[in-house]
Design a protein around this ligand. Structure first.
Ligand code: PLP
Length: 468
């Protein structure tokens, strides 16, 4: 399998899976996409029934890795990535009522769905770097969930260092400690005396600073990395198989921010999984809802909510869908994205709108409905759910679908990660699972730096390993 950029016009400039994984973003600013969608027949999907999660992951991901990994290597990496999950099913399904289900994606080490992809990505990095005798310096800025999942995924891995910036005093104590209590020598936490946006700006500048990019092999771990999306395709198959696929259609409601998770659902559908509908649930930061319902993709102003991982202004992975829905014309996408970067606004073409409407429905969920969904899940079904999951569940129940079709809401975070919001909506304070229960007794390691680019760059340059 070869990978092409959403903004590329030269089809011959394709990469293999290994190169696309290590690169993250394409040099032209686009995102990597497989050159074509692998497709499974009904009989092949039926034969997946009963496999363990790691075995299913191997089958679903194998067509994407091409010659970069043998089947045995992929199986080994998957087995090790998912061995750390606290539930034997990795992503178990819970039934809420006659048609609504939760897909629990929060049994990983940092209690959010990002672990499922990042635990694999950390191991892919290590494997590929060992083969090519290289070294990677991962740099990121986080307002919470991504930082802890990325740190856990690369902690103790060979040939990778991670430098994670967070705004000092502006992440929750649980989120901070999930990062700062990881004491592996390759993990470097930096609390920046400034906002998240400032920290993010310093990181972006580092990627284009020749003094950094020339000396170190820098890499990002946000959801633009294709390998992350590939790993997420697996749980759509896992859930649908348990509900009777390929002989029965299933719908999914996905709490959405950067459009990564729900795009993985789209990929599953393109691969032959009978997906009846993908429900894109947004909070009041609703650029995706406006894009899918009215064709208006324009950045608004950011409103902080109780579902912070969905507080976004632009959804990077939406570019992948636009590319796939408009004849995979990289030159056209490049021109439209340049326009968007200038004006912060773009209208979808009729072909893009029609293509999206065939599979996607969107719902914008306000804080009252989010709290209502948490109260319903607890009162009617005895399940405590987190604010992100609640947005998905409200959307799942609001959409008018054939009642014979089961609807799976992706439960993207453990309720214990957002205890205050859950307690406000339900009156019950969720507990932290035992595997992170002693978080507040552990030693922390973190340096605090002023929000000054040179200070942060010099700190990282002194500790990082140059690429050979
Ligand atoms: C990251 C995140 C999301 C949004 O996922 P995208 O792939 O960015 O759409 C939703 N819920 C939680 C808990 C998250 O951490």
């Amino acid at each position: 399998m070869r990978y092409i950029s959403t903004r590329g016009s030269d089809r011959h400039a394709s990469l293999d899976f290994e190169a696309a994984t290590l690169a993250g973003l394409a040099p032209d600013g686009g995102l990597y996409m497989p050159e074509e969608w692998p497709r499974f027949s009904q009989a092949e999907i039926a034969a997946f029934a009963g496999l363990s999660y790691a075995e299913l992951a191997t089958r679903v991901m194998l067509p994407f890795v091409g010659d970069s990994l043998t089947r045995h290597e992929l199986a080994d990496l998957s087995t090790r990535a998912y061995a750390r999950f606290a539930h034997a099913a990795v992503a178990p399904l819970t039934q809420l009522d006659h048609r609504h289900f939760l897909l629990e994606l929060f049994h990983g080490p940092t209690l959010a769905f990002k672990d499922i992809a990042l635990q694999l990505l950390g191991r892919l990095f290590e494997h590929f770097l060992k083969e090519r005798d290289g070294h990677l310096t991962v740099i990121g800025a986080t307002s919470g969930d991504t930082g802890s999942a990325a740190i856990d995924a690369v902690a103790g891995r060979e040939r990778v260092d991670i430098f994670m910036l967070h705004p000092e005093g502006r992440v929750s104590p649980v989120q901070r400690r999930q990062m700062t209590t990881v004491l592996s020598p390759n993990v470097h936490n930096i609390a920046v005396e400034g906002s998240f946006d400032e920290a993010q700006a310093h990181v972006k500048r580092m990627f284009t600073d020749p003094a950094m990019a020339g000396r170190f092999h820098l890499s990002a771990v946000n959801s633009i990395n294709w390998a992350r999306l590939m790993a997420q395709v697996v749980y759509f198959f896992a859930a649908a198989l348990r509900l009777g696929a390929p002989h029965r259609e299933v719908a999914f409601a996905v709490p959405t921010g950067n459009f990564g998770d729900v795009f993985a659902g789209y990929v599953a559908a393109r691969m032959g999984l009978p997906v009846a509908r993908l429900i894109v649930a947004t909070n009041v930061n609703d650029i995706l809802h406006r894009a899918l319902s009215e064709g208006d993709y324009s950045a608004g102003t950011l409103t902080p909510t109780a579902a912070p991982s969905m507080d976004i202004q632009v959804s990077s992975n939406f570019e992948r869908l636009l590319f796939d829905l408009s004849g995979r014309d990289g030159a056209a996408i490049a021109a439209r994205m340049r326009g968007f970067e200038e004006t912060r606004a773009m209208s979808l073409t009729p072909a893009q709108r029609e293509g999206a409407a065939a599979l996607f429905t969107s719902v914008r969920v306000d804080p009252l409905d989010m709290a209502g969904a948490m109260a319903w899940a607890q009162g009617e079904c005895g399940e405590l759910i987190d604010p992100h999951t609640a947005i998905g569940l409200h959307a799942a129940r609001a959409v008018d679908l054939d009642p014979a079709i089961p609807v799976v809401t992706l439960a993207t975070a453990h309720p214990g990660k957002f205890r205050d919001a859950v307690e406000r909506a339900t009156g019950t304070r969720p507990s932290l699972p035992a595997r992170v229960g002693d978080l507040f007794g552990r030693e922390e390691r973190c340096v605090t730096l002023p929000s000054n680019y040179a200070a942060i760059r010099d700190h990282i340059a002194a500790l990082a390993t140059p690429s050979s």
